[in-house]
Design a protein around this ligand. Structure first.
Ligand SMILES: Cc1cc2nc3c(=O)[nH]c(=O)nc-3n(C[C@H](O)[C@H](O)[C@H](O)COP(=O)(O)OP(=O)(O)OC[C@H]3O[C@@H](n4cnc5c(N)ncnc54)[C@H](O)[C@@H]3O)c2cc1C
Length: 390
């Protein structure tokens, strides 16, 4: 009997799992192996923010149990990191020397937190949050710490700050930009959000930059570029992410900011696809869960011989902080006709372009306006509907 076609997927995140499921739907025969650095079965990464704040077991984050994988005949190899890809012999080697032959390879290794080169960044007490293990380490260390500095006032930085505060810590967020969520909100929106979060007890230093982290072996504080000193026992760095693709060094797979893919998530090398945070499509890397899923599905379908085109996504973001409703979608710098309102409770803005096309929406502090904005941006409601919230 002929050997089945061997599919190897690197990474069991949103992109990897969706690809495996689509592939299995249309290809009963192929063998599917998922090789992953993480020692956990696929889990819902966005929930790590809440996991950081609440006493709960990591198993609660896991999406499918072992039985599920057995039924789908997806073979998980956990706790092993791909170290090299040889595209001519179609083999991947893991960090312990294990070798995996493939006929089809999907690289879905996601991203890693970007850590800026700040003096003292290697000290005990400096963390990033990407995995269950990271969250466990932060929780454990935080038990002996009263004050924490979060570097970065983006979505993840704010969510992390709020989680740490709910653990009873005094948290200061240091952000280089002059307002919060600079990629999702304009100045008015960012300022409004700052006010809401300050009311919840968070402290912000905007337009500020950490120059060095002070202390002996352990963190004792941070010093800003302008000379100010903030005492703290821990630092959480949330300064963006970078595609996890160092192991491709020396391989002919084309990379730029991510692994370069076409509309079917194919790389420049035949038999190799990429999807999710690690992929760069039409010059864009996204770093978003829904996009990773969508790209994974397209890659899985293509591997199964069911080609379908991915044409890019309009990024949308929701802040996961209880009681603070923030939504943003589209290009925050878009110009066009503006529908806007601001009062003490909320800030709302919709930008409409030619032909009444919605270009961007941002809402801070008004749940029902978020629902409408989502419908308008998704093409399920007319732009006029936004006026009822103004
Ligand atoms: C705390 C947190 C909160 C978030 N909240 C949101 C949110 O609210 N909304 C949103 O849209 N997005 C959110 N994101 C981003 C979202 O989780 C990612 O966009 C998504 O997980 C990307 O999926 P992926 O499959 O590309 O990669 P990942 O989920 O990163 O999975 C990649 C997997 O590959 C493994 N891996 C890495 N390198 C190797 C290697 N060399 N060999 C083998 N395996 C490897 C990793 O262990 C990992 O398990 C959040 C991220 C974090 C960290």
């Amino acid at each position: 009997m002929a050997e089945p076609v061997k599919t190897l997927i690197l990474g069991n995140g949103a992109a990897g799992i969706e690809a495996a499921l689509q592939l299995r739907k249309y290809d009963e025969a192929t063998s599917i192996t998922m090789l992953t650095e993480s020692r956990w079965l696929h889990y819902f990464r966005p929930k790590l923010v809440h996991f950081l704040a609440e006493e709960q077991s990591p198993e609660g984050l896991v999406v499918y149990d072992e039985e599920f994988y057995k039924t789908k005949r997806i073979y998980n190899v956990l706790g092993r990191k791909a170290a090299a890809v040889d595209t001519s012999s179609r083999r991947v080697t893991d960090e312990y020397g294990g070798v995996y032959a493939y006929d089809r390879l999907l690289i879905a290794t996601g991203s890693r937190p970007f850590v800026p080169s700040i003096e003292g960044i290697q000290k005990d007490g400096v963390f990033t949050l990407r995995s269950i293990t990271d969250a466990q380490k932060i929780r454990r260390y935080s038990e002996k710490v009263h004050q924490t500095v979060v570097i970065g006032g983006g979505l993840l930085g704010l969510e992390n700050a709020f989680s740490l505060q709910s653990l009873g810590k005094k948290v200061t967020v240091v952000e280089f930009a002059p307002w919060l969520l600079p990629r999702q909100l304009d100045e008015a929106g960012g300022k409004h959000l700052k006010k809401l979060l300050e009311e919840k007890g968070l402290t912000f230093l905007l337009g500020a930059q950490v120059e060095r982290i002070l202390g002996g072996a352990h963190v004792e504080g941070v010093q800003l570029k302008d000379g100010r000193f903030i005492p703290c026992g821990a630092v959480l760095v949330s300064a963006g992410v970078r595609g996890d693709m160092d192991f491709l060094m020396g391989s002919p797979i084309a990379v730029n900011r991510g692994i370069v893919v076409d509309d079917r998530m194919r790389t420049n090398i035949e038999g190799v696809w990429a999807a999710g945070d690690v992929a760069e499509h039409r010059g864009l890397t996204y770093g978003l869960w829904t996009v990773a899923r969508e790209q994974g599905q397209v890659a899985g379908l293509d591997m199964a011989g069911q080609p379908t085109d991915y044409r890019g996504s309009l990024p949308s973001s929701l802040l996961k902080i209880t009681g603070i409703n923030v939504f943003s979608m589209g290009d925050v710098k878009a110009s066009g006709e503006i529908f806007e309102a601001q009062d003490n409770l909320a800030y709302k803005k919709l930008v409409v372009g030619e032909g009444n096309k919605p270009l961007s929406a941002m809402v801070v502090g008004d749940k029902s306006a978020i629902g409408t904005a989502q419908k308008i941006m998704g093409g399920r409601a007319p732009t006029e509907d936004f006026k009822k919230h103004l």
